[in-house]
Design a protein around this ligand. Structure first.
Ligand code: BGC
Length: 862
């Protein structure tokens, strides 16, 4: 019988046939990614995979190359629900099938209450309406494609430091209106098949054992029939989690839900057998949904594949280009047209221009199946317009936090890119000494090796890996700096000599999801043309550190990372870039962050670009008036030079199609239409959560309450650098004729449509995002945010001179607030203000109208 036959099973009958032990085993994962199978009852296992900007497949280490989509902040910047639906259906669902995964661990729908949050890049927006609406479109696409979505991290995992423990202290109103709202909108419009609980606590209780959130709100109030799983290693109890409604503990390694502990919990009546069966039944329901929706995955061979069809590549490129936001374009500097504008020489500068910057770091990162860097994308786009244009390059200022990986610099003795790993057992589980020869040799094509899932099964508890290769020869004698980071302990030898010792003692750092050391460095003088021998020796036992003498065995997250780069004098690098800028007719500075600065596992400490990057932009702009800055970051950054340059393009992280998309926009093949999904402040201090973003003695106080993102800037009348919703085009638009239908209130619902006419008043075809913001009546005793996005619509490909009338629909979500005293949603009678425009910036909200609700009402549910 093929495994997908479970599609026909009567789940309730199967649940009755489960032994208690089988039911227990179904409530936790197996290994890192799978659910438990019961062959006796023909119950197949499901495979899950991250998420959220692609499908990585089973392995962090030597992963199967995959499509990397833009960061969520970038995808939401399209403000295009139809496109996101296509991306879910045509890209992600197909990719999940290629990776043999039935469950996609995405999308991430947390809230950037402060852009320092390490995972800000992973969530769509600071605005709950945009976040929920884009999430719903994405989920609908993925689930129509037969793949289960697992929306995460439910809820308030809005920062990284101390993430397993901190307690989000948040008012009931902000919890409902801001932090749970994206999930609520997704539940209403897309019904995700799974939810993943957040690591942290909210108002005193961890989310994975929170009956109020899982049982009372998600299941009872919203009526969700989704399976609820934990985040990885995010279960902290047996009885609390089981009783609160957490169906599935993930992963299955180092789990709580063992037969022993669960049976003892049943015996002591901490939990009931029937509750365990209820949890197991949810797992079976999910298995059945997946078996029906994509039987080919369950019946397939489980192998992971990489395929990128031309149609998929075109959609990837379109998505990436439409994510890009044009922030400034004085004197129509952009698009660059070398011939028409007489640009004979263009200088590209900046630490990100040639770097492999694809996505933020952590579980969202994956090995891209193809990639073009910004430099190469720009060169191709500009040369296509004028083959004779000369393009020069200098890095100018380095943008790396850790030394760059050497993925493309290591070679095997027989000349293949990569190196060879040898795995060694130790004398016994307790020993630190490897014995005998390697039990396995493995070709490895990466120098950041995170072994969470994939190492030989026969290894002892403590084990050693030796990785050997040769460094690509340099053209001239070079002083080279190596960096070694280790979750475990590691040594680097170059030509047999010890260069970095991260073994005898180490300093704990943030790498590898918080279990790694800091990067230790060492320099070597390399000889021109010589292939130097490199050996990294790694053991999965941490070395003692000054603040932590424990030599812990890394049996869940071991890893080692080798990086390196030539030592350069930063002043010389800067001077070289400035000289190239002086000699050029235009400059493109590609600057920003990368997956080391912005990652799961820790929060950022500053909004500033990497050291000396701001200085580079200012210096280049001072010598070349035609300086275009392209910024890459998943979240907000400061741009102190914004007034010094004529043109700024924000490119987020764009995945595989990075360079192509940047080239398309800068050279004008694509007219930009992306909009800011986050407010970019001028200073960190301007954010509403500033001063109470961090966990203080375990508590994170959400003291800004409802005033998250642009709502705070409006409330305090503070001008940010770039407003939420802001973005320019190579054409211009005029908005007119806002009209509202008569509001209809009936059966506990509300409905109103707004019509607005938009005209392309410029010279080229372009797309625009019409945004509608609501102000609630000020008749109550409550404070509301002054403006709230409640509807938006992308008007696509409007030809010069033409107009289109757009209809925006409002429902009860647009006019409700959470009334804490009665724990219900309330719609008040009174006068509501509607403002429509191109962004949330006060000067862009050019149209206004009001409507009245004569008889208010209350509601609950969805
Ligand atoms: C992340 C999740 C992810 C999981 C599996 C966790 O560290 O928080 O978002 O899905 O790992 O990789």
């Amino acid at each position: 019988m093929p495994p997908s036959d479970f599609a026909q099973a009567n789940v309730q009958d199967v649940v009755e046939q489960l032994t208690t032990d089988e039911a227990i085993l179904l409530t936790a994962g197996v290994g890192f990614w799978h659910t438990y199978a019961v062959p006796r009852l023909s119950i197949p296992a499901l495979k899950t995979s991250d998420g959220p900007n692609g499908i990585r497949g089973n392995h962090f280490f030597m992963g199967t190359p995959a499509k990397c989509l833009p960061s969520a902040t970038g995808m939401a910047a399209t403000f295009d629900t139809e496109l996101m639906h296509q991306v879910g259906l045509k890209l992600l669902a197909q990719e999940a099938k290629l990776k043999a995964a039935s469950v996609w661990l995405g999308p991430t729908c947390n809230t950037q209450r402060n852009p320092l949050g390490g995972r800000s890049f992973e969530s769509f927006s600071e605005d709950p309406h945009l976040s929920g609406t884009i999430a719903a479109a994405y989920i609908n696409g993925v689930q129509e494609g037969g793949i289960a979505a697992c929306i995460k991290h439910f809820a308030t995992n809005d920062k990284e430091n101390d993430r397993m423990a901190y307690d989000s202290i948040v008012s009931e109103r902000a919890l409902r209106e801001i932090y749970m709202m994206p999930f609520m909108i997704a539940e209403k419009h897309a019904k995700p098949w799974c939810y993943m609980t957040a690591y942290n606590r909210v108002n005193g209780t961890h989310l994975s054992e929170n009956p109020k959130i899982i049982r009372d709100i998600l299941r009872a109030e919203w009526g969700s029939d989704a399976l609820v799983m934990s985040d990885w290693f995010g279960v902290y109890s047996i009885d609390h989690a089981i009783n609160a409604g957490l169906d599935l503990e993930m992963p299955g390694t180092n789990k709580w839900r063992t037969l022993d502990l669960m049976n003892r919990s049943i015996q002591s009546r901490k939990i009931m057998k029937r509750t365990v069966k209820e949890r197991a039944a949810k797992v079976l329901e999910l298995v059945q949904k997946c078996a029906k929706a994509a039987p080919e995955i369950l019946d397939g061979d489980g192998q992971e594949h990489t395929v990128d069809t031309p149609e998929e590549k075109t959609l990837m490129r379109r998505l990436a280009a439409e994510s890009i936001v044009l922030l400034k374009n004085e004197g129509s500097v952009l698009p660059l047209k070398p011939k028409e504008q007489g640009l004979k020489k263009i200088a590209i500068v900046g630490g990100n221009a040639k770097a492999i910057v694809i996505s933020g770091g952590g579980s969202a990162a994956l090995k891209p199946s193809y990639f073009t860097n910004p430099h190469d994308g720009l060169v191709a786009a500009l040369k296509a317009l004028d083959p004779d244009v000369e393009i020069t390059f200098s890095e100018g200022a380095r943008a790396t936090m850790l030394t760059p990986s050497l993925d493309y610099d290591m070679f095997t003795a027989d000349g293949r890119r990569g190196w060879i790993g040898e795995w060694y057992k130790h004398e016994n589980d307790e020993s630190m000494t490897p014995v005998g020869g390697p039990i396995e040799e493995q070709y490895i094509d990466e120098t950041r090796m995170f072994f969470s899932t994939s190492y030989p099964a026969e290894l002892t508890k403590r084990w050693t890996l030796k990785v050997k290769g040769q460094l690509k020869p340099r053209e001239k004698d070079t002083l080279f700096e190596f960096g070694l980071t280790s979750a475990g302990r590691a040594k680097l030898f170059v030509d047999g000599k010890l260069v970095v010792d991260n073994w005898t003692k180490q300093l704990r750092g943030d790498a590898f999801f918080g279990s790694g050391s800091v990067e230790e460095k060492g320099t070597v003088q390399l000889k021109a043309g010589v292939k130097h021998d490199i050996l990294v020796e790694f053991c999965n036992v941490r070395a003692p550190a000054p603040n932590d003498p424990d030599e812990a065995v890394m049996d869940s997250n071991p890893g080692v990372r080798l990086g390196g780069q030539e030592v350069v004098d930063p002043d010389v690098l800067m001077a070289e870039a400035v000289q190239l800028a002086r000699e050029a007719d235009a400059v493109i500075a590609v600057v920003g962050l990368n997956a080391d600065w912005e990652t799961e596992g820790y929060d950022r400490t500053t909004l500033a670009l990497p050291p000396r990057t701001d200085e580079l932009v200012s210096k280049v702009a001072a010598v070349n008036k035609r300086t275009v800055v392209v910024t890459q970051s998943g979240s907000s950054i400061t741009m102190p030079w914004a007034d010094e340059v004529p043109a700024i393009v924000h490119a987020w992280y764009l995945g595989n199609a990075t360079g192509e998309a940047i080239g398309d926009v800068v050279a004008g093949k694509v007219n930009p239409s992306g909009r800011m999904t986050l407010t970019f402040a001028k200073r960190l201090e301007d954010y509403g959560s500033h001063g109470h973003f961090h966990s203080e003695n375990g508590k994170v106080r959400y003291a800004e309450d409802l005033f998250v993102g642009y709502k705070h800037f409006h409330h305090r009348k503070l001008a940010p650098q770039w407003y939420f919703g802001y973005g320019l085009s190579y054409t211009t638009f005029r908005y007119s004729a806002l009209s509202l239908s008569k509001p209809s209130v009936s059966n506990g619902d509300f409905n109103l449509t707004a019509k607005v006419t938009i005209q392309n008043t410029g010279a080229v075809i372009g797309s625009d995002v019409v945004q509608l913001y609501i102000t609630l009546p000020s008749t109550s005793e409550l404070t509301h945010a002054p403006v709230m996005l409640k509807a938006f619509k992308k008007v696509k490909d409007l030809a010069p001179g033409t107009s289109e009338t757009v209809t925006l629909t409002l429902d009860k979500y647009a006019v409700s607030y959470w009334e804490e005293r009665i724990a219900r949603w309330v719609v008040e009678d009174g006068e509501y203000l509607v403002r429509v425009g191109r962004s949330s910036a006060p000067e862009d909200l050019t149209l206004a109208a009001t409507f009245a609700i004569e008889k208010g009402f209350e509601w609950s549910g969805l």
